[in-house]
Design a protein around this ligand. Structure first.
Ligand SMILES: NC(=O)c1ccc[n+]([C@@H]2O[C@H](COP(=O)([O-])OP(=O)(O)OC[C@H]3O[C@@H](n4cnc5c(N)ncnc54)[C@H](OP(=O)(O)O)[C@@H]3O)[C@@H](O)[C@H]2O)c1
Length: 336
């Protein structure tokens, strides 16, 4: 399987390490031989139609801060150049999420689909801003668009709702979809102020470079958009979400909730309306998880409410969700 990998940060590098450590059993068990023909980061790229060496890519990135030093002739091809000029089967899009114009991910994805490549995206930006039209473009070009890692990292939230509950009608769902804000709110419940809890989360590397994505609820809203489209069949984008972050949650709010045996959580919910905002959740509710954990409760017509809990982020966790998508694509291709 010939792969173009756009973005070579935490997730991109974890994926290459995963390919390296699993190469034998992926071939024996699934007949999958991932061949990365192009990798691009913000400073340049590495290209080899016969396949780049996994180890060398990681070493070069570590030593020079960019993959463009992979070969002696430093490669200046952009992601779009690679997608247009190098033969490949799948684009794996792992550049940073942004909710203003979703670039560069949006153009990577649309260019790839128009050229007939299947796409796996862990980048939420393009899906949050244009889920319905990207799905249409995929259908029009007869390619698959997969995005398991966008919600829940390695915890298969989307697959669970779509496949394990298939045949059921999900009527509502609500969840904690952002681990960083959950970590901050959990720490506030032990007595820390918002500023102290934020500083601690920053020191641990949990907060996005643009803190607004976490604190103002944008990351949770993007995931809500993806869930609403994929699970509920809605055709919505970011502006359809009524979104409030956690900046105004005070120590008094946390204490008041505690008196009611509750905790304040940033809840993303789909029940008539699509809402992200701080809410009191009973400490006895399985949804009431602490630290960086994510949790989501699906309510369906005949199966009642079921809650999934897991780690919502992490390089290797997210890389494993990409591998899951890649194996799905491999299986679908084998059927045709
Ligand atoms: N980390 C997680 O746990 C996690 C979980 C689920 C989803 N995600 C999503 O997965 C994506 C990647 O996350 P990450 O943690 O790996 O982020 P990251 O470490 O910041 O990596 C982002 C990568 O994108 C590259 N990039 C930025 N602008 C670019 C451009 N114009 N052209 C080409 N490459 C460009 C960066 O290049 P440089 O290396 O040169 O800076 C970097 O390699 C994000 O969209 C994130 O929201 C992450």
């Amino acid at each position: 399987m010939r792969i173009v990998l756009c973005g070579f940060g935490v997730v991109g590098q974890s994926l290459v390490k995963l390919f390296d450590s699993r190469s034998e059993d992926l071939y024996v068990k699934y007949g999958l031989k991932p061949r990365i023909v192009g990798v691009v980061d913000s400073k340049g790229s590495a290209v080899d139609p016969s396949g780049l060496e996994f180890n060398k890519l990681v070493e070069v990135k570590k030593k020079f801060g960019t993959v463009k030093n992979y070969a002696n002739t430093k490669n200046a091809m952009s992601g779009i150049d690679i997608l247009k000029n190098i033969e490949a089967d799948v684009l794996i899009e792992t550049t940073a999420s942004n909710y203003k114009d979703a670039e560069p991910g949006m153009t990577h994805i649309t260019t790839a689909m128009k050229k007939g490549l299947h796409v796996i995206s862990v980048n939420k930006g393009p899906l949050a801003l244009a889920f319905p039209s990207l799905m249409e473009l995929a259908t029009y070009n007869q390619v698959m668009l997969k995005f398991s890692g966008t919600v829940g990292g390695g915890t298969p939230i989307l697959d669970y709702a779509k496949n394990s509950l298939s045949g059921e009608r999900i009527t509502a769902f609500s969840g904690i979809l952002n681990g960083t804000t959950n970590y901050i709110l959990s720490n506030m419940s032990t007595g820390l102020s918002f500023d102290e809890a934020l500083k601690d989360a920053k020191d641990r590397g949990y907060v996005e470079a643009d803190e607004s994505l976490d604190l103002d609820g944008l990351d949770a809203a993007a995931k809500l958009v993806i869930l609403a489209n994929w699970i509920m069949g809605m055709k919505v984008t970011m502006p359809d979400i009524n979104c409030t972050g956690i900046r105004k949650v005070s120590t008094e709010d946390i204490k008041k909730a505690a008196k009611n045996n509750c905790s304040v959580k940033l809840i993303a919910s789909c029940n008539k309306e699509l809402v992200v905002g701080p809410k009191e959740v009973s400490n006895d509710d399985p949804l009431c998880v602490n630290g960086t954990l994510n949790a989501i409760a699906f309510t369906s017509e005949h199966s009642g409410t079921q809650t999934i809990i897991g780690r919502g982020a992490g390089g290797m966790e997210t890389a494993s969700s990409i591998l899951r998508d890649l194996l799905d694509i491999r299986q679908e291709i084998a059927k045709t």
